[in-house]
Design a binder for this molecule. Structure first.
Ligand code: AMP
Length: 394
């Protein structure tokens, strides 16, 4: 299912990439990670004698074309990362696209305009997918970030290429990394789940609790569990209607002998700000009106020990409000422990927007085994859901 199995020479590879990158007010790309990660696939296709037609979405346009969300804005970054000129079609379907893609020569690269300027993209419209398909002889999906969507360009389009479809190199690397954790991992297997999206991450914990040997629950996630165990969490982030689900995860962990590690202490703050007054307290006795914004020093020690004793580690979600320096310590301690575990032979996978931002700001992205590009897609994979973008190729 990878591109090495395709006959590429002299053919046009239509590649779904994820160029949904942030732009500043001058419409320049401020973080080119996603573009950079797509370069190896593009270069491999060119090297194999093909031409490349790139398609992507950018942002969430509401009413068709807008200059701010035009993929034309990313061309300077793409050209400089590729080291060659990139042709541009001002629409992703119709004559604007076909005039360019039907005359494309081997070795050339073209980029189509934002797919989501057509509502049919997110509607998964089959006719629109067919129009897109006319732009290529082969279909390659390299957009892991949108693999959880059954959109026209990520899933439906594959029907038009029953034989000539494959995963790109990035997509393949993402799937390999995730399956290394989820199927036959070296044990002990540890998942560290933090962050603030309690309800969506409870679904992941429900799926993971039976599969992992150890589970660290930190960040804003932890307080719903502490509350479920009868603790006092003050004004910390909790989703009260999730308390029963949290309790049943704890019970399940108990029955399948999964070790659960919740933070025993907390850096508690008198308000949600960088300058808040703080104190260290036990996580289950936070003062009324105060809130836990980071894990405390004892939790840092315990979590580091657990990390260093594990052989496969998945990390999603920060341990605290790491955007404020006063509450970043726990997240950085975890990032450093992951680095040490990796040095000692563990397989470490970091994924999800904020944990990636955290590992980047700790300058440790190169010190772990793999950093995933897919936020929502990775979370849905971990929930055990089938990802349409992956299924369509299989
Ligand atoms: P998520 O998108 O679920 O990974 O959540 C990431 C966000 O969780 C970050 O912006 C953090 O600031 C936030 N976060 C982490 N710990 C806490 C906490 N204890 N209280 C409130 N928000 C938190």
């Amino acid at each position: 299912m990878n591109i090495s199995n395709l006959n590429i020479k002299g053919r046009r590879a239509l590649v779904r990439v994820d160029f949904n990158v942030p732009l500043n007010n001058e419409l320049r790309v401020t973080d080119d990670t996603r573009i950079r990660r797509a370069i190896p696939t593009i270069k491999s296709l060119l090297k194999a004698g093909g031409s490349v037609v790139l398609m992507s979405h950018l942002g969430r346009p509401k009413d068709g074309y807008s200059k701010k969300l035009s993929l034309k804005n990313i061309i300077p970054s793409l050209e400089s990362l590729l080291g060659m000129p990139v042709l541009f079609a001002s629409d992703c379907i119709g004559d604007d696209a076909l005039d360019l893609t039907q005359t494309l020569k081997p070795g050339q690269v073209a980029l189509l305009e934002n797919l989501r300027f057509h509502n049919e993209e997110t509607e998964g419209d089959e006719f629109f997918a067919g129009q897109l398909a006319e732009n290529g002889d082969l279909y390659i999906n390299d957009a892991f970030g949108t693999a959880h969507r059954a959109h026209a360009s990520t899933a439906i389009i594959a029907r038009f290429f029953p034989e000539d479809k494959a995963f790109g190199e990035l997509m393949e690397a993402e799937i390999t990394a995730l399956s290394r954790v989820m199927t036959e991992p070296s044990r002990p297997l540890l998942a560290i789940i933090g962050g603030a999206k309690v309800s969506s991450k409870l679904a992941i914990l429900e799926n993971l609790v039976e599969k992992v040997d150890r589970l660290i629950i930190g960040g804003g996630m932890a307080y719903t569990f502490v509350l479920a165990m009868g603790g006092k969490v003050g004004a910390s982030l909790v989703e009260e209607d999730m308390v029963d689900r949290a309790r049943s995860i704890l019970e399940k962990a108990n029955s399948c002998e999964t070790q659960i590690h919740l933070p025993i202490d907390t850096i508690s703050a008198d308000n949600f700000s960088a300058e808040a007054k703080t104190e260290i307290c036990s996580t289950d006795s936070i003062r009324d009106g105060w809130m836990g914004l980071d894990i405390g020093p004892e939790s840092c020690i315990e979590f580091s020990e657990v990390i260093k004793l594990s052989k496969t580690i998945l990390w999603n979600g920060p341990m605290g409000v790491f955007e404020f320096e006063a509450f970043a310590q726990g997240t950085y301690v975890v990032a450093n422990a992951l680095k040490e575990a990796t040095e000692n032979g563990a397989y470490t996978l970091v994924g999800g927007g904020d944990s990636v931002a955290a590992i980047n700001s700790a300058n440790l992205a190169d010190e772990v085994s793999y950093v995933s590009t897919g936020g929502g897609a990775m979370l849905e994979y971990l929930e055990g859901k089938v990802l349409p973008g992956i299924e369509a190729i299989k």
